[in-house]
Design a protein around this ligand. Structure first.
Ligand code: NAP
Ligand code: MN
Length: 260
């Protein structure tokens, strides 16, 4: 088995890479950061996002395992002092795997079409002026939205920006998309849903309007394209596989991150 180590460079946790490298050698695995079967990411949720984007071209043949040191974090199950146990479970094939579609965004602008992929969410935001956009779901018009912007979140991303905006948390085992509003204008003339909307994972959302100064953001990235004409968001064929400890439960990660 080929193993890669992906470390949060801003907040390194001790000499954990060394410990992992030792285990890789002792267990008869190979270290391969370019073409791994398994990526061990060391850090929080942001580190997981960066690891997924790093391995995007080979995503469907890679599995991710997380090691974290904090009280916060949805995507890691092991502490730095559990590396030995992690490798035993990996060797014995006892880790539990879960699979999650990424989001895919298609940005149509005057200069052409761009594709983006996201673990958490794709955002359409205008921090300068009111964003006005027609919102369609599966070709059916929902509304003309006016406000600061809209976020399309995956189940994995529901606990991130989406949660701060008052969106619902979605169990990671559910394949759903959530559309959430940012500082919406609501008055006698302008009306939009005014609630977070959860739709089926195979839905196709489209946003069209005058996006002169709008930003399209995805995970920890932003693309500023002054001439965006349309943003379409749907589920991607790209799938991220997470390996969990056998006692992993979604509710446990909720408690660890938000309750205690
Ligand atoms: P960051 O600015 O360090 O992230 C902001 C916080 O969101 C961090 O505490 C991060 O955890 C946490 N986070 C990331 N993904 C999460 C998830 N799926 N569930 C729960 N918490 C999550 O930037 P980053 O680490 O690169 O993460 C990018 C994400 O930050 C974006 O996708 C967006 O969802 C989120 N964000 C949130 C707000 C907001 O809530 N107002 C604003 C901007 C961005 P770690 O500390 O473990 O990395
Ligand atoms: Mn972060």
């Amino acid at each position: 088995m080929k193993v890669a180590v992906f470390v949060n460079q801003q907040k390194p946790i001790g000499d954990i890479s060394k410990v992992i490298h030792q285990q890789v050698a002792e267990r008869g695995f190979t270290l391969d950061n370019d073409n791994p079967d398994v990526v061990i990411f060391v850090g929080g949720d942001g580190t997981f996002l960066r690891a997924v984007h790093h391995y995007l071209p080979i995503l469907n043949s890679v599995k991710f395992i997380g090691v974290g040191a904090g009280h916060l974090g949805f995507f890691y199950d092991f502490n730095p002092n559990e590396i030995d146990q992690l490798f035993s479970l990996l060797k014995e094939g006892k880790l539990k795997s879960t699979r999650h579609h990424l989001l895919e965004g298609k940005i149509t602008s005057e200069s052409g079409v761009d594709k983006i992929y996201a673990v958490n969410e794709i955002r359409l935001e205008n921090p300068f002026h009111t964003l006005v956009t027609d919102v369609k779901i599966d070709g059916e018009t929902l509304e003309t939205y006016r406000g600061n912007g809209l976020v399309v979140s995956s189940s994995l991303g529901s606990s991130a920006y989406n949660k701060s905006l008052g969106g619902a948390l979605i169990d990671h085992s559910l394949d759903l998309l959530e559309l959430t509003e940012i500082a919406t204008i609501q008055n006698n003339i302008n009306r939009s849903l005014g609630a977070s909307l959860i739709v089926s994972g195979d839905s196709h959302l489209s946003f069209t309007g005058n996006f002169k100064e709008a930003l399209v953001g995805y995970d920890n990235e932003v693309v500023h394209q002054g001439d965006v004409l349309c943003l379409e968001v749907c589920r991607s064929d790209k799938i991220v596989t997470l390996l969990h400890s056998p006692d992993y439960r979604y509710i446990k990660s909720l408690r660890r991150s938000f309750i205690k």
